[in-house]
Design a protein around this ligand. Structure first.
Ligand SMILES: Cc1cc2nc3c(=O)[nH]c(=O)nc-3n(C[C@H](O)[C@H](O)[C@H](O)COP(=O)(O)OP(=O)(O)OC[C@H]3O[C@@H](n4cnc5c(N)ncnc54)[C@H](O)[C@@H]3O)c2cc1C
Length: 462
Protein backbone atom coordinates (compact mmCIF):
# COMPACT_ATOMS: atom_id res chain seq x y z
CA UNK A 1 0.00 0.00 0.00
CA UNK A 2 1.33 3.47 -0.87
CA UNK A 3 1.68 5.57 2.27
CA UNK A 4 -0.48 8.71 2.10
CA UNK A 5 2.26 11.20 1.26
CA UNK A 6 1.69 14.74 0.03
CA UNK A 7 3.51 16.49 -2.81
CA UNK A 8 6.26 19.01 -2.14
CA UNK A 9 4.53 22.33 -2.91
CA UNK A 10 6.01 25.76 -3.66
CA UNK A 11 5.10 26.73 -0.10
CA UNK A 12 7.09 23.81 1.29
CA UNK A 13 10.07 24.77 -0.87
CA UNK A 14 9.90 28.29 0.55
CA UNK A 15 9.83 26.89 4.05
CA UNK A 16 12.80 24.59 3.34
CA UNK A 17 14.71 27.59 1.95
CA UNK A 18 14.17 29.38 5.25
CA UNK A 19 15.52 26.35 7.13
CA UNK A 20 18.66 25.54 5.11
CA UNK A 21 19.25 28.67 3.01
CA UNK A 22 18.58 29.05 -0.73
CA UNK A 23 22.09 27.82 -1.62
CA UNK A 24 21.42 24.48 0.08
CA UNK A 25 18.37 23.40 -1.88
CA UNK A 26 17.70 22.50 -5.51
CA UNK A 27 14.87 21.35 -7.73
CA UNK A 28 17.09 21.38 -10.85
CA UNK A 29 16.63 18.24 -12.94
CA UNK A 30 20.39 17.53 -12.93
CA UNK A 31 20.47 17.45 -9.11
CA UNK A 32 17.31 15.34 -8.93
CA UNK A 33 18.77 12.87 -11.46
CA UNK A 34 22.12 12.66 -9.62
CA UNK A 35 20.30 11.50 -6.49
CA UNK A 36 17.72 9.20 -8.09
CA UNK A 37 19.65 5.93 -7.82
CA UNK A 38 22.59 4.38 -6.00
CA UNK A 39 25.22 1.97 -7.42
CA UNK A 40 22.79 -0.96 -7.45
CA UNK A 41 20.78 -2.30 -10.36
CA UNK A 42 17.54 -0.98 -8.83
CA UNK A 43 15.50 1.42 -10.95
CA UNK A 44 15.94 5.19 -10.50
CA UNK A 45 13.19 7.11 -8.71
CA UNK A 46 13.37 10.91 -8.47
CA UNK A 47 12.94 13.04 -5.35
CA UNK A 48 11.02 16.32 -5.69
CA UNK A 49 13.68 18.43 -4.02
CA UNK A 50 17.31 17.91 -2.97
CA UNK A 51 18.31 19.53 0.33
CA UNK A 52 21.90 19.80 1.58
CA UNK A 53 21.72 20.45 5.35
CA UNK A 54 24.74 22.24 6.80
CA UNK A 55 24.00 21.67 10.51
CA UNK A 56 22.13 19.17 12.73
CA UNK A 57 19.36 21.72 13.39
CA UNK A 58 18.72 21.96 9.62
CA UNK A 59 18.07 18.21 9.62
CA UNK A 60 15.82 18.35 12.69
CA UNK A 61 13.78 21.29 11.33
CA UNK A 62 13.43 19.64 7.92
CA UNK A 63 12.12 16.45 9.55
CA UNK A 64 9.66 18.40 11.70
CA UNK A 65 8.30 20.11 8.60
CA UNK A 66 8.17 16.85 6.63
CA UNK A 67 6.39 15.07 9.48
CA UNK A 68 3.76 17.79 9.82
CA UNK A 69 3.08 17.74 6.06
CA UNK A 70 3.48 13.96 5.50
CA UNK A 71 6.43 14.25 3.12
CA UNK A 72 8.82 11.32 2.60
CA UNK A 73 12.48 11.99 3.47
CA UNK A 74 15.35 9.88 2.16
CA UNK A 75 18.86 10.41 3.55
CA UNK A 76 21.75 10.19 1.09
CA UNK A 77 25.45 9.72 1.87
CA UNK A 78 27.20 9.46 -1.45
CA UNK A 79 25.05 6.82 -3.13
CA UNK A 80 27.50 3.88 -3.19
CA UNK A 81 24.92 1.52 -1.66
CA UNK A 82 24.28 -1.76 -3.50
CA UNK A 83 20.71 -2.52 -2.38
CA UNK A 84 18.84 0.62 -3.42
CA UNK A 85 18.59 1.87 0.18
CA UNK A 86 19.10 5.56 -0.67
CA UNK A 87 16.71 5.65 -3.67
CA UNK A 88 13.83 8.07 -2.92
CA UNK A 89 11.14 5.57 -3.87
CA UNK A 90 8.23 7.90 -3.00
CA UNK A 91 9.74 11.19 -4.17
CA UNK A 92 9.65 13.90 -1.51
CA UNK A 93 12.79 15.33 0.09
CA UNK A 94 16.25 13.92 -0.59
CA UNK A 95 18.52 14.90 2.30
CA UNK A 96 22.10 14.80 1.08
CA UNK A 97 24.98 14.96 3.57
CA UNK A 98 27.63 15.99 1.05
CA UNK A 99 28.02 19.38 2.79
CA UNK A 100 28.26 18.05 6.37
CA UNK A 101 31.67 16.50 5.83
CA UNK A 102 33.94 17.83 8.56
CA UNK A 103 35.77 16.47 11.59
CA UNK A 104 34.05 18.10 14.58
CA UNK A 105 36.68 17.17 17.17
CA UNK A 106 39.61 14.78 17.42
CA UNK A 107 40.03 13.17 20.85
CA UNK A 108 43.46 11.74 20.07
CA UNK A 109 44.23 10.73 23.68
CA UNK A 110 41.04 8.64 23.75
CA UNK A 111 41.54 7.23 20.22
CA UNK A 112 38.24 8.79 19.16
CA UNK A 113 37.00 11.30 16.63
CA UNK A 114 33.66 13.09 16.35
CA UNK A 115 32.57 13.72 12.77
CA UNK A 116 29.74 15.03 10.67
CA UNK A 117 27.93 12.21 8.83
CA UNK A 118 28.90 13.24 5.30
CA UNK A 119 32.65 12.76 5.69
CA UNK A 120 34.03 9.99 3.45
CA UNK A 121 35.90 7.29 5.38
CA UNK A 122 38.88 7.58 3.03
CA UNK A 123 38.99 11.36 3.51
CA UNK A 124 38.71 10.84 7.27
CA UNK A 125 41.59 8.34 7.27
CA UNK A 126 43.74 10.66 5.16
CA UNK A 127 43.33 13.33 7.86
CA UNK A 128 43.85 10.88 10.73
CA UNK A 129 47.07 9.47 9.23
CA UNK A 130 49.11 12.42 10.44
CA UNK A 131 48.06 11.54 14.00
CA UNK A 132 49.01 7.87 13.50
CA UNK A 133 45.38 6.75 13.81
CA UNK A 134 42.75 5.20 11.56
CA UNK A 135 39.05 4.27 11.44
CA UNK A 136 39.11 0.60 10.42
CA UNK A 137 35.81 -0.24 8.64
CA UNK A 138 36.74 -0.17 4.99
CA UNK A 139 34.19 -0.72 2.23
CA UNK A 140 35.93 -0.32 -1.10
CA UNK A 141 34.07 2.82 -2.11
CA UNK A 142 34.62 6.21 -0.43
CA UNK A 143 31.34 5.81 1.46
CA UNK A 144 30.34 8.40 4.06
CA UNK A 145 30.42 7.63 7.76
CA UNK A 146 26.64 8.29 7.93
CA UNK A 147 25.95 5.86 5.07
CA UNK A 148 28.28 3.28 6.63
CA UNK A 149 26.63 3.50 10.04
CA UNK A 150 23.16 3.43 8.48
CA UNK A 151 24.05 0.26 6.55
CA UNK A 152 26.39 -1.19 9.20
CA UNK A 153 28.96 -1.40 6.42
CA UNK A 154 31.98 -3.64 6.82
CA UNK A 155 34.89 -4.53 4.57
CA UNK A 156 38.29 -6.14 4.31
CA UNK A 157 39.43 -5.30 7.85
CA UNK A 158 36.26 -6.41 9.64
CA UNK A 159 37.73 -9.83 10.38
CA UNK A 160 40.02 -8.16 12.93
CA UNK A 161 38.54 -4.76 13.76
CA UNK A 162 34.80 -5.33 13.38
CA UNK A 163 32.08 -3.69 11.28
CA UNK A 164 30.80 -0.10 11.57
CA UNK A 165 28.65 -1.04 14.59
CA UNK A 166 31.76 -2.12 16.51
CA UNK A 167 33.54 1.17 15.88
CA UNK A 168 31.00 3.76 17.00
CA UNK A 169 30.46 5.01 20.55
CA UNK A 170 27.97 7.83 20.39
CA UNK A 171 25.71 9.47 17.83
CA UNK A 172 23.46 12.48 17.54
CA UNK A 173 20.25 11.51 15.78
CA UNK A 174 17.38 13.61 14.41
CA UNK A 175 14.01 11.93 14.95
CA UNK A 176 11.03 12.08 12.63
CA UNK A 177 9.25 14.60 14.89
CA UNK A 178 12.23 16.98 14.83
CA UNK A 179 13.81 16.09 18.18
CA UNK A 180 17.61 15.89 18.29
CA UNK A 181 18.84 13.20 20.69
CA UNK A 182 22.19 11.69 21.71
CA UNK A 183 22.56 7.93 21.93
CA UNK A 184 25.54 6.09 23.44
CA UNK A 185 28.45 7.75 25.22
CA UNK A 186 32.18 8.46 24.73
CA UNK A 187 32.95 5.81 27.33
CA UNK A 188 34.12 2.55 25.77
CA UNK A 189 32.14 0.68 28.42
CA UNK A 190 28.43 1.49 28.37
CA UNK A 191 25.67 -0.22 30.31
CA UNK A 192 23.04 2.45 30.89
CA UNK A 193 19.65 1.31 29.66
CA UNK A 194 18.53 0.24 26.22
CA UNK A 195 21.23 0.24 23.55
CA UNK A 196 19.64 2.85 21.30
CA UNK A 197 22.99 3.49 19.62
CA UNK A 198 22.89 0.09 17.97
CA UNK A 199 19.19 0.38 17.23
CA UNK A 200 19.94 3.25 14.85
CA UNK A 201 23.08 1.60 13.41
CA UNK A 202 21.99 -0.52 10.44
CA UNK A 203 18.49 1.00 10.34
CA UNK A 204 19.14 2.51 6.89
CA UNK A 205 17.69 5.90 7.77
CA UNK A 206 14.27 4.40 8.54
CA UNK A 207 14.25 5.23 12.28
CA UNK A 208 16.18 8.49 12.52
CA UNK A 209 18.86 10.48 10.76
CA UNK A 210 22.46 10.52 12.01
CA UNK A 211 23.72 14.09 12.34
CA UNK A 212 26.99 13.42 14.19
CA UNK A 213 29.00 10.38 15.26
CA UNK A 214 31.88 9.67 17.64
CA UNK A 215 34.00 6.84 16.26
CA UNK A 216 36.61 4.55 17.78
CA UNK A 217 40.07 4.80 16.25
CA UNK A 218 43.02 2.40 16.12
CA UNK A 219 46.72 3.34 16.18
CA UNK A 220 48.30 2.56 12.79
CA UNK A 221 50.20 -0.73 13.37
CA UNK A 222 54.02 -0.57 13.36
CA UNK A 223 54.46 -3.65 11.19
CA UNK A 224 52.23 -4.95 8.42
CA UNK A 225 52.55 -7.74 5.92
CA UNK A 226 50.49 -8.80 2.91
CA UNK A 227 50.24 -12.43 1.89
CA UNK A 228 49.07 -13.91 -1.41
CA UNK A 229 48.46 -17.65 -1.71
CA UNK A 230 47.02 -19.42 -4.76
CA UNK A 231 45.28 -22.81 -4.64
CA UNK A 232 44.40 -25.48 -7.20
CA UNK A 233 40.71 -25.48 -6.29
CA UNK A 234 38.12 -23.20 -4.72
CA UNK A 235 37.56 -25.89 -2.08
CA UNK A 236 41.23 -25.87 -1.02
CA UNK A 237 41.23 -22.06 -0.83
CA UNK A 238 38.11 -21.79 1.33
CA UNK A 239 39.15 -24.66 3.60
CA UNK A 240 42.41 -22.77 4.16
CA UNK A 241 40.33 -19.80 5.32
CA UNK A 242 38.80 -21.96 8.05
CA UNK A 243 42.24 -23.35 8.97
CA UNK A 244 43.80 -19.88 9.25
CA UNK A 245 40.90 -18.65 11.40
CA UNK A 246 41.16 -21.78 13.55
CA UNK A 247 44.92 -21.37 14.06
CA UNK A 248 44.51 -18.53 16.54
CA UNK A 249 46.26 -16.11 14.19
CA UNK A 250 44.47 -12.81 13.95
CA UNK A 251 44.49 -11.71 10.29
CA UNK A 252 43.66 -8.06 9.64
CA UNK A 253 42.23 -9.11 6.28
CA UNK A 254 41.43 -12.51 4.77
CA UNK A 255 39.91 -12.25 1.32
CA UNK A 256 38.93 -14.87 -1.25
CA UNK A 257 39.40 -13.96 -4.91
CA UNK A 258 38.38 -16.37 -7.65
CA UNK A 259 40.48 -17.22 -10.69
CA UNK A 260 38.50 -14.95 -13.03
CA UNK A 261 39.12 -11.95 -10.77
CA UNK A 262 42.83 -12.80 -10.54
CA UNK A 263 42.98 -12.69 -14.34
CA UNK A 264 41.20 -9.31 -14.44
CA UNK A 265 43.36 -7.82 -11.65
CA UNK A 266 46.60 -9.00 -13.30
CA UNK A 267 45.73 -7.52 -16.66
CA UNK A 268 44.22 -4.25 -15.37
CA UNK A 269 46.49 -3.48 -12.41
CA UNK A 270 49.67 -5.40 -13.25
CA UNK A 271 49.66 -7.29 -9.95
CA UNK A 272 51.52 -10.59 -10.05
CA UNK A 273 48.76 -13.21 -9.70
CA UNK A 274 48.26 -16.64 -11.21
CA UNK A 275 44.83 -17.52 -12.57
CA UNK A 276 43.79 -19.63 -9.58
CA UNK A 277 41.50 -19.34 -6.57
CA UNK A 278 43.55 -17.07 -4.33
CA UNK A 279 43.62 -15.70 -0.79
CA UNK A 280 44.80 -12.19 0.01
CA UNK A 281 45.70 -11.73 3.67
CA UNK A 282 47.12 -9.00 5.84
CA UNK A 283 48.71 -9.28 9.27
CA UNK A 284 49.46 -6.50 11.76
CA UNK A 285 51.83 -6.56 14.73
CA UNK A 286 53.62 -4.22 17.10
CA UNK A 287 56.91 -6.13 16.64
CA UNK A 288 58.60 -7.55 13.54
CA UNK A 289 59.40 -10.82 15.35
CA UNK A 290 55.69 -11.44 16.14
CA UNK A 291 54.78 -10.73 12.53
CA UNK A 292 57.48 -13.09 11.17
CA UNK A 293 56.45 -15.91 13.52
CA UNK A 294 52.81 -15.53 12.45
CA UNK A 295 53.72 -15.51 8.76
CA UNK A 296 55.65 -18.75 9.17
CA UNK A 297 52.54 -20.42 10.62
CA UNK A 298 50.41 -19.10 7.73
CA UNK A 299 52.96 -20.41 5.23
CA UNK A 300 52.82 -23.87 6.82
CA UNK A 301 49.00 -23.91 6.81
CA UNK A 302 48.85 -22.85 3.16
CA UNK A 303 51.42 -25.46 2.13
CA UNK A 304 49.60 -28.20 4.03
CA UNK A 305 46.39 -27.19 2.26
CA UNK A 306 48.12 -27.59 -1.11
CA UNK A 307 48.94 -23.97 -2.04
CA UNK A 308 50.46 -23.67 -5.51
CA UNK A 309 52.37 -20.58 -4.50
CA UNK A 310 52.76 -18.37 -1.43
CA UNK A 311 54.17 -14.86 -1.25
CA UNK A 312 54.50 -12.65 1.83
CA UNK A 313 55.69 -9.08 1.61
CA UNK A 314 56.36 -6.26 4.05
CA UNK A 315 57.09 -3.87 1.20
CA UNK A 316 54.60 -1.02 1.64
CA UNK A 317 54.34 -0.21 -2.07
CA UNK A 318 53.60 -3.83 -3.01
CA UNK A 319 51.09 -4.21 -0.19
CA UNK A 320 49.29 -1.05 -1.25
CA UNK A 321 49.29 -2.18 -4.91
CA UNK A 322 47.63 -5.47 -3.94
CA UNK A 323 44.92 -3.83 -1.85
CA UNK A 324 44.38 -1.12 -4.45
CA UNK A 325 43.72 -3.90 -6.97
CA UNK A 326 41.38 -5.72 -4.54
CA UNK A 327 39.48 -2.52 -3.78
CA UNK A 328 39.01 -1.77 -7.46
CA UNK A 329 38.01 -5.29 -8.47
CA UNK A 330 34.37 -4.28 -8.99
CA UNK A 331 35.17 -1.24 -11.15
CA UNK A 332 37.72 -3.29 -13.12
CA UNK A 333 35.13 -5.99 -13.79
CA UNK A 334 32.53 -3.42 -14.87
CA UNK A 335 35.05 -1.68 -17.14
CA UNK A 336 36.04 -4.96 -18.78
CA UNK A 337 32.42 -5.88 -19.54
CA UNK A 338 30.88 -2.69 -20.99
CA UNK A 339 27.94 -4.64 -22.46
CA UNK A 340 26.84 -6.01 -19.05
CA UNK A 341 25.32 -4.82 -15.81
CA UNK A 342 26.13 -6.66 -12.59
CA UNK A 343 24.02 -7.87 -9.72
CA UNK A 344 26.11 -8.33 -6.55
CA UNK A 345 24.93 -10.93 -4.06
CA UNK A 346 26.00 -10.56 -0.39
CA UNK A 347 25.47 -13.34 2.13
CA UNK A 348 27.40 -14.43 5.22
CA UNK A 349 27.53 -17.60 7.32
CA UNK A 350 29.39 -18.87 10.39
CA UNK A 351 32.98 -19.58 9.36
CA UNK A 352 32.72 -23.38 9.69
CA UNK A 353 29.86 -23.35 7.14
CA UNK A 354 31.80 -21.26 4.60
CA UNK A 355 33.12 -24.20 2.53
CA UNK A 356 29.58 -25.65 2.31
CA UNK A 357 28.16 -22.30 1.20
CA UNK A 358 30.81 -21.84 -1.48
CA UNK A 359 30.34 -25.47 -2.61
CA UNK A 360 26.62 -24.74 -2.98
CA UNK A 361 27.34 -21.61 -5.06
CA UNK A 362 29.56 -23.66 -7.37
CA UNK A 363 26.87 -26.34 -7.67
CA UNK A 364 24.16 -23.79 -8.55
CA UNK A 365 26.40 -22.17 -11.15
CA UNK A 366 27.18 -25.51 -12.78
CA UNK A 367 23.62 -26.89 -12.69
CA UNK A 368 22.03 -23.71 -14.02
CA UNK A 369 24.91 -22.77 -16.32
CA UNK A 370 24.99 -19.20 -14.98
CA UNK A 371 28.08 -17.12 -15.68
CA UNK A 372 29.26 -15.46 -12.46
CA UNK A 373 32.34 -14.57 -10.46
CA UNK A 374 33.05 -14.65 -6.72
CA UNK A 375 34.94 -12.43 -4.35
CA UNK A 376 34.49 -12.35 -0.61
CA UNK A 377 35.53 -11.22 2.83
CA UNK A 378 36.17 -14.88 3.53
CA UNK A 379 37.53 -14.39 7.05
CA UNK A 380 34.05 -13.17 8.06
CA UNK A 381 32.23 -15.97 6.20
CA UNK A 382 30.99 -13.35 3.70
CA UNK A 383 30.80 -13.92 -0.08
CA UNK A 384 29.75 -11.76 -3.01
CA UNK A 385 28.63 -13.71 -6.06
CA UNK A 386 28.58 -11.33 -9.03
CA UNK A 387 26.07 -12.06 -11.79
CA UNK A 388 26.42 -10.28 -15.14
CA UNK A 389 23.22 -9.63 -17.09
CA UNK A 390 22.27 -7.92 -20.31
CA UNK A 391 18.52 -8.54 -20.52
CA UNK A 392 15.46 -9.36 -18.41
CA UNK A 393 15.86 -13.12 -18.81
CA UNK A 394 19.47 -13.07 -17.57
CA UNK A 395 18.50 -10.75 -14.73
CA UNK A 396 15.71 -13.12 -13.67
CA UNK A 397 18.11 -16.06 -13.79
CA UNK A 398 20.51 -14.13 -11.53
CA UNK A 399 17.67 -13.27 -9.12
CA UNK A 400 16.62 -16.92 -8.92
CA UNK A 401 20.19 -18.03 -8.20
CA UNK A 402 20.54 -15.24 -5.63
CA UNK A 403 17.36 -16.42 -3.92
CA UNK A 404 18.67 -19.99 -3.69
CA UNK A 405 21.99 -18.76 -2.24
CA UNK A 406 20.23 -16.56 0.32
CA UNK A 407 18.05 -19.45 1.50
CA UNK A 408 21.11 -21.70 1.74
CA UNK A 409 22.94 -19.07 3.82
CA UNK A 410 19.94 -18.86 6.16
CA UNK A 411 19.75 -22.66 6.41
CA UNK A 412 23.45 -22.65 7.42
CA UNK A 413 22.74 -20.24 10.27
CA UNK A 414 23.79 -17.14 8.35
CA UNK A 415 22.19 -14.00 7.03
CA UNK A 416 20.76 -12.66 3.78
CA UNK A 417 23.12 -9.68 3.92
CA UNK A 418 26.54 -9.53 5.53
CA UNK A 419 27.17 -5.84 4.89
CA UNK A 420 25.20 -4.25 2.04
CA UNK A 421 21.99 -3.97 4.03
CA UNK A 422 18.38 -4.75 3.15
CA UNK A 423 17.28 -1.73 1.11
CA UNK A 424 14.82 -2.76 -1.57
CA UNK A 425 16.46 -5.96 -2.79
CA UNK A 426 16.60 -8.01 0.42
CA UNK A 427 13.25 -6.92 1.89
CA UNK A 428 11.48 -10.05 0.65
CA UNK A 429 13.83 -12.26 2.71
CA UNK A 430 13.14 -10.47 6.00
CA UNK A 431 10.15 -12.64 7.04
CA UNK A 432 12.12 -15.87 6.62
CA UNK A 433 15.26 -14.44 8.27
CA UNK A 434 13.52 -12.82 11.26
CA UNK A 435 10.13 -14.56 11.67
CA UNK A 436 8.04 -12.91 14.43
CA UNK A 437 10.97 -10.58 15.26
CA UNK A 438 10.05 -8.65 12.10
CA UNK A 439 6.79 -7.63 13.84
CA UNK A 440 8.86 -6.23 16.71
CA UNK A 441 10.87 -4.24 14.16
CA UNK A 442 7.60 -2.92 12.68
CA UNK A 443 6.46 -1.83 16.17
CA UNK A 444 9.73 0.05 16.72
CA UNK A 445 9.35 1.74 13.33
CA UNK A 446 5.75 2.69 14.19
CA UNK A 447 6.84 4.18 17.52
CA UNK A 448 9.71 6.25 16.14
CA UNK A 449 8.17 7.19 12.81
CA UNK A 450 4.35 6.90 13.06
CA UNK A 451 3.76 8.67 9.74
CA UNK A 452 6.29 6.50 7.93
CA UNK A 453 8.15 9.47 6.44
CA UNK A 454 11.69 8.14 7.00
CA UNK A 455 13.07 6.33 3.95
CA UNK A 456 9.79 4.58 3.10
CA UNK A 457 9.82 1.38 1.08
CA UNK A 458 13.01 -0.01 2.62
CA UNK A 459 13.68 -3.03 4.88
CA UNK A 460 10.03 -4.11 5.23
CA UNK A 461 8.51 -6.19 2.44
CA UNK A 462 5.51 -4.75 0.61
C1 LIG B 1 32.70 -0.73 -5.54
C2 LIG B 1 31.93 -0.88 -4.27
C3 LIG B 1 32.45 -1.68 -3.25
C4 LIG B 1 31.76 -1.81 -2.04
N1 LIG B 1 32.30 -2.59 -1.07
C5 LIG B 1 31.67 -2.68 0.13
C6 LIG B 1 32.24 -3.44 1.20
O1 LIG B 1 33.30 -4.02 1.08
N2 LIG B 1 31.57 -3.47 2.36
C7 LIG B 1 30.38 -2.81 2.54
O2 LIG B 1 29.83 -2.85 3.64
N3 LIG B 1 29.81 -2.12 1.55
C8 LIG B 1 30.41 -2.03 0.35
N4 LIG B 1 29.85 -1.31 -0.66
C9 LIG B 1 28.51 -0.69 -0.46
C10 LIG B 1 28.50 0.74 0.08
O3 LIG B 1 29.75 1.39 -0.05
C11 LIG B 1 28.03 0.75 1.53
O4 LIG B 1 26.71 0.25 1.61
C12 LIG B 1 28.05 2.12 2.20
O5 LIG B 1 27.65 1.98 3.54
C13 LIG B 1 27.16 3.16 1.54
O6 LIG B 1 27.55 4.45 2.02
P1 LIG B 1 27.11 5.78 1.27
O7 LIG B 1 27.74 6.92 1.99
O8 LIG B 1 27.37 5.69 -0.18
O9 LIG B 1 25.56 5.79 1.58
P2 LIG B 1 24.31 5.76 0.62
O10 LIG B 1 24.43 4.65 -0.37
O11 LIG B 1 24.07 7.11 0.09
O12 LIG B 1 23.19 5.40 1.68
C14 LIG B 1 23.19 4.16 2.33
C15 LIG B 1 22.06 4.14 3.36
O13 LIG B 1 22.38 5.04 4.39
C16 LIG B 1 21.32 5.97 4.59
N5 LIG B 1 21.96 7.18 5.08
C17 LIG B 1 22.94 7.92 4.49
N6 LIG B 1 23.32 8.91 5.30
C18 LIG B 1 22.58 8.79 6.44
C19 LIG B 1 22.50 9.53 7.66
N7 LIG B 1 23.27 10.58 7.89
N8 LIG B 1 21.62 9.12 8.61
C20 LIG B 1 20.84 8.05 8.40
N9 LIG B 1 20.86 7.33 7.27
C21 LIG B 1 21.73 7.69 6.30
C22 LIG B 1 20.64 6.04 3.24
O14 LIG B 1 19.31 6.48 3.32
C23 LIG B 1 20.71 4.60 2.83
O15 LIG B 1 19.69 3.87 3.49
C24 LIG B 1 30.52 -1.15 -1.87
C25 LIG B 1 29.99 -0.35 -2.89
C26 LIG B 1 30.68 -0.22 -4.08
C27 LIG B 1 30.10 0.66 -5.16
Amino acid sequence: MTPPFNPVTAQIIDHLRQIVGAENLSTAQADIDLHARDQSQHRASPAEVVVWPAAPQHVADTLKLANEHRLPVTPWGVGTGLEGSSIPLFGGILLSFERMNQIVELHADDFQVTVQPGIGHKDLNAQLARHGLFFPPDPGANATVGGMLANNAAGIRTVRYGASKDNVLRMQVALADGRLIHVGSRSVKQSAGYDLLHLFVGSEGTLGIITEATLKLIPVPEHMSAVVAAFPTVKAAVETVVAVRGSGLDPAALEFIDAAHCRMLSSAEGVDLTENPTLFMEFHAAQQSTLSAGLEIVRQICEEMGALNFRATTDTAERKRLWHARHHSYEIMVRMHPDKQFFINDVAVPISAYPELIGFVEQIRAERNIPSTMIGHAGDGNIHVEFPFANDAEYQQAMDANGAIVLKALELGGTSTGEHGVGIGKAKYMPVEHGPALDVMRSIKQTLDPNGILNPGKIFPG
